[in-house]
Design a protein around this ligand. Structure first.
Ligand code: FES
Ligand SMILES: [Fe+2]
Length: 419
């Protein structure tokens, strides 16, 4: 509830006012979770200016392989050129704007607009525009590029002309992720889910495990909800022993982090090797060869929208994309070694069982959270320091990011590549 009438303020003024209202360590004022204008603002100030986890290199394995995906009403495409380089573009025709390639994966050297047949090559250059005048300069109408970067098999994109610094994230995550051989993986399952909740409620939920013991019985078997509780029989801390074992095996553990990203390898609960229903590996052909794949979980996360767990036998990725003020698309992917055969080395059901159950439980929690937040009686509440530090880190990052956007140096304002 606002103590001041904000009627008549612009959206920007209202947001600055709400940021001022926010108590440190508390959840956000209601409008941040409900207001359609703030969602539109989030698109521009947060999603358009951040590095987003687009997918994995193995989804675009060969020259001409592409993946098209709409993010926030903006169709995008990433395609591998004949030179092996991944390039990204706004998937909108430079003639009159039609979406060129439908969403999904495929392979083509040419990107042909279905409307009037303008044709682009895999570097985005316009190659054919029938019936245009002889002096029409095709070189002025190439596809508008977006930034694409990879880290050890993952693919990140950014739509802003001046994206946040990426190299330190790359350099920190690459050695942690390398043992998981994501370039030699395949996507074994790919599920989407719509949650009737604001994207920030989805992300806050994904950034804390305060609710795990009560609401995720399957996840709680292997996920160390409270690592401080685990000691070995000889009194040694379970985590210390794990880290020593990883060091001896040459497997880095981190932690590494900076403002919008973080990564750490942590041990699962004692006696468990993978994040599955029973803690046993669910894929017999491991992604990590060292230690027989018993390497805990490498969790990496980036703001505003993703986290992932790389286990010895599979990798799970989660990302959240806003659709409306109270609606979010969750994309979940599971990767296994490319030579693992379904029905022999793993079953799809066994692979997705734990995280799919967890996602469905979280959907219910988020939707219930949204209903309560919509109440006229909602007041922001305090995060639990011990169990919700990462949820608070997320909301603090969000507030800092939008505050910087609203009170920037002039050059920090959104500019699209080539625009
Ligand atoms: S809109 Fe693409 S060719 Fe006309
Ligand atoms: Fe959860």
């Amino acid at each position: 509830m606002l103590s001041t009438d904000t009627t008549g303020m612009s959206v920007q003024e209202r947001i600055l006012f709400l940021l001022d209202e926010r108590k440190p360590g508390f959840s956000l004022p209601q409008e941040f979770y409900t207001d359609p204008d703030i969602l539109t603002f989030d698109f521009e100030a947060v999603y358009m200016r951040s590095w987003l986890l687009f997918g994995f290199e193995v989804e675009m394995p060969e020259p001409g392989s592409y993946r098209a995906m709409t993010i926030l009403r903006t169709p995008l495409i990433v395609i591998r050129g004949q030179d092996g380089v991944l390039r990204g573009f706004f998937n909108s025709c430079r003639h009159r704007g039609a979406q060129i390639m439908p969403d999904g994966c495929g392979k083509s050297r040419r990107l042909l607009c279905p409307y009037h047949q303008w044709m682009y090559d895999d570097t985005g250059a316009l190659r054919a525009a029938g019936k245009m005048p002889a002096d029409f300069d095709r070189s002025q109408y190439g596809l508008r590029p977006i930034h694409v970067r990879t880290i050890a098999g993952t693919v990140y994109i950014c739509m802003a002309e001046n994206p946040p610094e990426f190299q330190s994230f790359h350099d920190a995550l690459a050695p942690l992720l390398a043992p998981h051989r994501l370039q030699e993986a395949k996507v074994a399952a790919d599920l989407t889910l719509i949650e009737k909740g604001n994207w920030k409620l989805v992300m806050e939920n994904g950034r804390e495990c305060y609710h795990c013991a009560a609401r995720h019985p399957e996840l709680s078997v292997t996920f160390p909800i409270d690592a401080r509780a685990h000691f070995e029989a000889d009194g040694e801390d379970h985590t210390t022993r794990f880290e020593r074992r990883m060091q001896a095996a040459g497997i880095p553990v981190g932690p590494v982090d900076d403002g919008w990203w973080q990564a750490v390898r942590f041990p699962l609960t004692p006696g468990h090797v993978s994040m599955t229903i029973d803690g046993k590996p669910c894929v017999s052909k491991p992604m990590v060869e060292a230690e027989g794949g018993d390497v805990g979980s490498l969790r990496w996360a980036s703001e505003p929208h993703s986290f992932a767990h790389a286990l010895g036998d599979f990798t799970f990725m989660f990302s959240a994309l806003p659709i409306g003020p109270e609606e979010t698309l969750v994309v979940a992917k599971w990767l296994v070694h490319k030579d693992a055969e379904e029905g022999i080395d793993y079953t799809r059901e066994g692979l997705i069982e734990l995280w799919n159950a967890t996602n469905l439980q979280d959907r219910d929690l988020v939707e219930n959270n949204q209903r309560g937040v919509n109440s006229t009686g909602y007041l922001p509440g305090p995060y639990c320091e011990r169990s919700e530090a990462l949820a608070l880190r997320f909301t603090d990052w969000y507030c800092r990011t939008i505050s910087d956007y609203l009170q920037p140096e002039p050059r920090q304002r959104l500019q699209i590549v080539g625009g």
